[in-house]
Design a binder for this molecule. Structure first.
Ligand SMILES: CCCCCCCCC/C=C/C(=O)SCCNC(=O)CCNC(=O)[C@H](O)C(C)(C)COP(=O)(O)OP(=O)(O)OC[C@H]1O[C@@H](n2cnc3c(N)ncnc32)[C@H](O)[C@@H]1OP(=O)(O)O
Length: 297
């Protein structure tokens, strides 16, 4: 059980002690000041009345997960996680047509081993923080969400996708000539099962929304303009569950997967650096970048 969950259990068992003592700022003001934040790539709107924050990813053109993006994202997440008034988080995109394009390919192409290692550590950090979050997390997927973007959505408790057939979602790493690491694979298998994951990962499948719903990669489809209201409605249902019971349950389901990475973090970084800096892999990434560029012409 996480420290925050343990604290909540203690609080609920000790007879609903007041949260704010004499001389402290009233909760609403305090929360408002702390957690409505805008950094260049992330905008957070926290509603202290509902206890729900909405995180808007706003890194043009495609919310790719660069080192800077991941750093801002983790700082934003950490702040919300520390705020006991924040119980739920909705993650969505401010960019048209794209939730997140996944890891920033330019962070993996032509970079030094040291920089690649630093980048990978940040990717791990994002996953650890989100997958292990005590908050209720909902991905409001209002655009395409390949690879690392799909991973980000998979770490949430619930996924709502815009019902727009041109959007796709999936772990398509093999299409780039790279390999989804074991914890990407585990996160997907925990969501859709072993067989679907095995096939999807080998083929680098990108699903349209109805296919994604069919395999259980997303939980609900809604018209794009209703995605935030649908996320808010779902959040209300989840908020009705006592936090401590839900958190312990979430931890019970996810801890073995999280422990596999936490006990192998350094080796996983080394593995990534050795893999990604290989000439053959760099060549594949260059070819993929060229395909992305040519798409436009
Ligand atoms: C053993 C195991 C060890 C470990 C082994 C290693 C494990 C690695 C795991 C990797 C996980 C990943 O996430 S790898 C990342 C996978 N991501 C992808 O395949 C997504 C590629 N992108 C797309 O499909 C599309 O861009 C999409 C997101 C649908 C949006 O399409 P659009 O038509 O709207 O936009 P585009 O015109 O394509 O893109 C706009 C610009 O953004 C750029 N762009 C797009 N995606 C980008 C990205 N991910 N990183 C950087 N830049 C990107 C394009 O090149 C364009 O640049 P300009 O031309 O300059 O404007």
């Amino acid at each position: 059980m996480s420290l925050r969950a343990a604290t909540r259990v203690t609080r609920s068992l000790s007879g609903l002690l007041p949260r704010w003592g004499h001389g402290q700022a009233p909760p609403l003001l305090f929360s408002q000041q702390r957690n409505n934040s805008t950094s260049p790539k992330i905008r957070v709107e926290f509603n202290p009345t509902s206890g729900v924050a909405v995180m808007h990813m706003q890194s043009p053109p495609v919310n790719s997960l660069s080192l800077d993006f991941l750093t801002e994202f983790c700082i934003g997440l950490e702040k919300l996680e520390m705020d006991k008034g924040c119980r739920g988080l909705i993650i969505t995109s401010s960019q048209p047509k794209v939730f997140s394009a996944g890891l920033d390919i330019l962070e993996m192409y032509g970079k030094s081993p040291e920089r690649c290692g630093e980048f990978w550590k940040a990717v791990q950090e994002m996953w650890l923080k989100l997958y292990g979050s005590d908050m209720i997390t909902i991905a409001a997927i209002n655009g395409s969400s390949p690879a690392g973007g799909c991973l980000m959505a998979l770490t949430c408790d619930y996924r709502i996708m815009a019902d727009q057939p041109r959007y796709t979602i999936g772990l398509n790493e093999t299409l780039l000539g790279i390999v989804a690491p074991f914890w990407f694979k585990d996160t997907m298998a925990n969501t859709v099962g072993h067989r679907t994951t095995e096939m999807a990962l080998q083929l680098g499948l990108l699903y349209d929304p109805s296919e994604a719903l069919n395999v259980g990669l997303v939980d609900q489809l809604v018209p794009e303009d209703q995605i935030l209201s649908a996320a808010t409605q779902t959040m209300t249902k989840w908020l009705a569950i006592p936090d401590h019971a839900r958190q312990i349950t979430k931890s019970m389901m996810r801890k073995p997967t999280i422990d596999r990475l936490t006990s192998n973090r350094e080796a996983d970084i080394q593995n990534f650096v050795n893999f990604i800096t290989k000439d053959s892999i760099q060549k594949s990434l260059r070819a993929y970048l060229e395909i992305l560029k040519k798409k436009k012409t």
